[in-house]
Structure formats: structure tokens, C-alpha cells
Design a protein around this ligand. Sequence first.
Ligand code: TMP
Length: 227
Amino acid sequence: MRPLWLYDHPRRGIRAWGDMVAKFITFEGGEGVGKSTQIRLLAERLRGSGIEVVTTREPGGSPGAEQIRKLLVEGEPGRWTPLSEALLLFAARADHLARTINPARARGAWVISDRFADSTWAYQSGAQGVALDSVKVLRKMVVGADEPDLTLILDMPVEDGLARAMERGGLENRYERMGLPFHARLRQAFLDIAKAEPERCVVIDARGSTDAVAARIYTVVDERLMR
Ligand code: TMP
């Protein structure tokens, strides 16, 4: 028999202890803003509090979605039309949700994803002109009720982010090579998303030391999800 303190979340069937329903956190932002380091630090800190944490990424995060990722990040900047890209991204996302994110949450693990549906909103719609209504329809169809509990948008000036991406090993993927005006539109799109969905999204100033940014992030996670 199941212990009394383990219950099923009414909406999604997620099992959790007390009020600590398994949370879904996403990190978003432009190129070179330091998401992967911050995800590692947040996951370590949460694990230190006894929480099981699964870290994952998009595009990718499941075997099928990783195959789609290769199609998206390799090749020439103009390889796909923005709409084809959006469709590929949502196909990958459906697999990622079904095979990685939802099973982890169903057993009580928190999930932290490096990018999620806001990246399609910002990159394919905001920066590349796919109609926002189309992206929203796809999002409703694919993500439905499985939206993140918290989205941290790491923000810094475009030039700083691209310089950091360069240092990290050159502008390795198609998007990093898309030019400054593209990246300026992208930054603005992420800030617009935060304004449109303030109950889910928080903008984090990603400038400064790794530790300073990690502290800003943990303060928000603690306030929004741990109380
Ligand atoms: P990464 O560099 O953060 O691993 O992401 C790979 C690239 O994919 C990144 O340049 C952003 C891009 N991307 C989109 O254009 N739309 C999306 O929906 C996602 C998830 C990523």
C-alpha cells in the first residue's frame, strides 16, 4: 500500500511529498548567456536538499529528439525555413515530453530543461517571423498542461553573449552564425515573453560572476517553488 504522504497530483497524476509536487524548471536566453553552468549549479544545490533532479535539454533530451537536433543545428544557416524548423522543434518536443520529462515528473523527480517552448517563440517567431499564433497553436497541442512551473530567462547584452559563445569554441551551430540583428531581435523576444507571462517567467541578469548569477537564480527558485 502507498504511504499516506505520497499522493497523486490531481491535474497530472504526479506523485510528490507533501506540497512539494515535482517541479519543471526551464532555462532560456540567447547564445552564450551561461545556461549550462547555471543549470549544473542549481541541480547540485537542489540535490543537496534531497530532491531528485533530472537535467535535460532542447532540442533533444530523448533519443528521437536528439536525432532531430542534428537536423536543426548542423548545416548552413538557411537550411530550413523558419516554419519547417518550428515543426521539427515541436516534433522533438513531443518526444522529449513523452519519453523524458513526464516520466521523470511522474516518479517525483524535478526536471530542469536547457531551453523549451519559449525558444521556439523567441527564435522562430520573434527573431525569424513565424506567426506567433501558429507557435501558440503548436504549443497548446504539444505541451498542453505540461507547461513549466518556472522559466528563468538569462539576459545579457548580445555582444557579451556572442563573445562568450566564441570563447567556448567558436560559433558552432547554425543559430550562433545568424548575425547581430538576429540576436538583437532574439533578446527582445525573450524580454517580451517575460512581460507576457510574468507568473511563469523571471528575467535573471546573467552578467557578473558565476556565483553571483547562481545566487540570483536560487533566490528566485526558493521564493517561487520551495515555500
Ligand atoms: P543550445 O545552443 O542552447 O544547445 O541550442 C541549440 C540551438 O537551437 C540554439 O542556437 C537555439 C536553437 N533553438 C531554436 O532555434 N528553437 C528552439 O525551440 C530551441 C529549443 C532551440
